[in-house]
Design a binder for this molecule. Structure first.
Ligand code: GTR
Length: 398
């Protein structure tokens, strides 16, 4: 009976995912329109950017502002107070291999309060503060079970601990419930002025804001090396991880798994998910201004290669899955490729090949990493193992 029921739910959810995908969705490379990407290394007033210094002073702030204004809304930095309290700990978790900390992060602004629950495992054999991965969890909370009775490929904490990394997670619902009628019941309570503004933050920016509050905590935890924290997310969480890393330069690495439209994939290719579809299905993810670009990707003053550029010189890893054309694997690879010149300003030479690598052929050398895993839209142990290689490559060679 139980398995019959779960088959029923799988079929219903597969049908509802299909239902979001309009019949006009383009999956044909031959039908990708001819497009010109906005130039990342030229300012709005036409000045060519030729050095990292000019990028940081003139162009980077401009690009950051364009994304905030037209797509995600800003990630506000001001609040009145932040408090961290250890709610639960187990120094002998995972058969003695890890130290579990469940930390409550409370943030106050204008007499309003928001609470974020952080689950964190730190390797017990670490001789110095541990580098960490932080996942913005957009799936069920059982995926990040602190008791480890439930073990999930989505957050394979044991694999990270074995590899010498601390592993952390927060759930999106603490910052902004993932629902068009509920998303305001979180971070936006602290920033009501954002809710009223056409360019104001919505759920994706609120999730990124939460990741930065975890970074505030990490900076106080002597067991964590806050200079070596990777921000990670899958799909909608992957969109949030990019925006978080663009805004908060304390994140050393950014990993965006199957993030697709308004994540790591180029919008102008109009391949798979389109801006209008995402804005209609998930009106609470991006700001109101973004709706102006429904059916008009060509008018966007930015494209997603510029979001990756904002993270430079810090390394970015973007992924896809072969059965997830909705997230446009080729458009994701091209986004990374088109960010290469910004990394070049810092003397960081991209190791990406000229054309996208074949399936299950990860490029894990920083600064720009990519793989297209065989299979479905998901975050799996396979993906995590590549992220670990990527972080190992970066930290050891830095
Ligand atoms: C889809 C959405 C994608 C992606 C995905 C997910 O329905 O169209 O942009 O965010 O959900 O988060 O799993």
């Amino acid at each position: 009976m139980k398995s019959l029921l779960s088959i029923f739910f799988i079929v219903i959810s597969a049908l509802s995912i299909k239902a979001q995908r309009p019949a006009t969705t383009n999956y044909d490379e031959a039908k990708v329109p001819v497009y010109t990407l906005p130039e990342v290394l030229k300012t709005g007033s036409g000045k060519a950017i030729k050095s990292a210094k000019a990028w940081e002073k003139l162009r980077r702030p401009e690009v950051l502002e364009l994304f905030a204004e037209n797509i995600y809304g800003p990630i506000p930095k001001d609040f009145d107070e932040i408090k961290f309290s250890l709610k639960n700990e187990d120094r002998n978790s995972m058969n003695g291999k890890a130290h579990l900390k469940e930390v409550l992060i409370e943030v106050f602004r204008n007499h309003k309060r928001i609470a974020i629950n952080l689950t964190l495992f730190i390797p017990n054999n670490a001789k110095s503060p541990s580098p960490a991965f932080l996942l913005i969890n957009n799936r069920g909370k059982e995926n990040t079970d602190p008791t480890r009775l439930v073990k999930s490929e989505f957050w394979p904490a044991e694999v990270l601990i074995e590899s010498g990394y601390a592993i952390a997670a927060i759930h999106v619902s603490d910052m902004a419930p993932d629902d068009k009628n509920e998303f305001m019941n979180g971070v936006l309570q602290l920033y009501p002025e954002q809710l009223n503004a056409n360019n104001g933050m919505r759920a994706i920016a609120a999730w990124g804001w939460g990741a930065s509050r975890v970074m505030d905590y990490f900076e106080t935890d002597p067991q964590i090396d806050a200079k070596r924290v990777a921000i990670t997310g899958h799909s909608r969480g992957g969109k949030a991880s990019l925006w978080a890393a663009a805004n908060d330069q304390r994140f050393a690495l950014c990993i965006s798994n199957c993030s697709g439209n308004t994540g790591a994939a180029l919008a102008r290719r109009q391949f798979g998910e389109r801006v209008k579809v995402i804005n209609t299905t998930f009106p609470h993810w991006f700001n109101t201004n973004y709706k102006k670009y429904n059916d008009h990707e060509e008018l966007l003053p930015v494209d997603q290669h510029m979001l990756i550029s904002l993270i430079a010189p810090r390394p970015v890893y973007a992924t896809n899955a072969s059965e997830d054309l909705w997230a446009d694997p080729k458009g994701t690879f091209l986004s990374l490729k088109n960010a290469e010149n910004v990394y070049g300003l810092y003397g960081k030479k991209s190791k990406l090949p000229e054309v996208a690598p074949g399936l299950n052929t990860p490029i894990t050398e920083p600064p720009l990493a990519y793989h297209n895993r065989e299979g479905k839209h998901d975050l799996r142990v396979y993906d995590w193992k590549q992220f670990i290689r990527f972080a190992d490559n970066y930290y050891r060679k830095k």
